[in-house]
Write a protein that binds this ligand. Structure first.
Ligand code: SAM
Length: 262
């Protein structure tokens, strides 16, 4: 099999990035450090080629046909240990430790599992930075600030672990085959690992009906009167909507609701 005979498999979210200038922008946006790189879904290896020039890469590819192709394309890099390719589903590999040393995740992710992968990377203490291409809508959710309509639990989670910013927006024409949606590369620089599960449970309830008030949503979980007292203590209006509350106030609210739990 050679790269010309590859037919993209929809079930694996295969949209190969062809635009050389976007590939270069991804490499230029990589944080400067000594961390290893983890690439999820190297595909035909176009991004991998750039990455192995800069750092050593641990790659995870689920498609066995592409795995074989990568193994023959990168014989030299594999022999010199610049590149190690794991053939299989990255989510299965991640049931235990993915990599045993500090790493940055750099990838054009398969969109059908992109959010799941990013949340796992945010929780992984070995992962230090995340630079990934995803659907534009998903990137905007992770990079949103309080007050913006799209600010939700993903934005709170990203801001709680570090900083998140869009690097470049990418049109469908940059790929082959072209996806139906716009894409974006974004960077999360982690300062700490993801929050505890109970905090995120509270966020899920807080944003369950984005157009309703925060009090209305959270009163399905907490006593309404005590909740109102907590909001008053934080000087938040009782009519405030979930996207208008900032990340710091969500953490304060969480502390207060824990004391409400008794
Ligand atoms: N990196 C290549 C590029 O930029 O052209 C390919 C990106 S393509 C959007 C996503 C890649 O992820 C495909 O190669 C696909 O086979 C792979 N993939 C999909 N699901 C996967 C999984 N569960 N584990 C590992 N790789 C996966």
């Amino acid at each position: 099999m050679n790269r010309e005979s590859v037919v993209a498999k929809k079930k694996f979210g295969q949209n190969f990035l062809k635009d050389q200038s976007v590939l270069r922008q991804i490499v230029e946006a990589m944080p400067k450090n000594d961390n290893k790189i983890v690439e999820i879904g190297p595909g035909l290896g176009d991004l991998t080629k750039f990455l192995v020039d800069v750092k050593s890469v641990e790659a995870f590819e689920v498609d066995t046909d592409l795995c074989k192709l990568l193994q023959s394309t990168f014989k030299e890099e594999i022999a010199t240990k610049r590149l190690h390719i794991n053939c299989g589903d990255v989510l299965e590999a991640w049931q235990s430790e993915l990599v045993s040393e500090p790493y940055d995740l750099v990838a054009n992710l398969p969109y059908y599992i992109a959010t799941n992968i990013i949340l796992k990377a945010l929780a992984d203490p070995m992962c230090k930075n995340i630079l990934v291409m995803v659907q534009l809508e998903v990137a905007e959710k992770f990079c949103a600030s309080s007050g913006e309509k799209v600010f939700g639990s993903l934005g709170v989670i990203a801001q709680s672990v570090g900083t998140a910013q869009i690097v470049v927006k990418v049109p469908p024409t940059a790929f082959d085959p072209q996806p139906k949606v716009d894409s974006a590369v974004f960077l999360i620089q982690k300062k700490r690992d993801r929050n505890d599960k109970e905090f995120e449970d509270m966020l899920r309830v807080a944003f369950s009906q984005p157009r309703k008030t925060l009090v209305k949503n959270l009163s399905s979980k907490y006593d309404k009167k005590l909740l109102q007292e907590a909001l008053e203590e934080l000087e938040l209006a009782l009519t405030i909507r979930p996207h208008q509350v900032n990340t710091n106030d969500y953490h304060q609210l969480y502390k207060l609701t824990r004391s409400l739990d008794g």
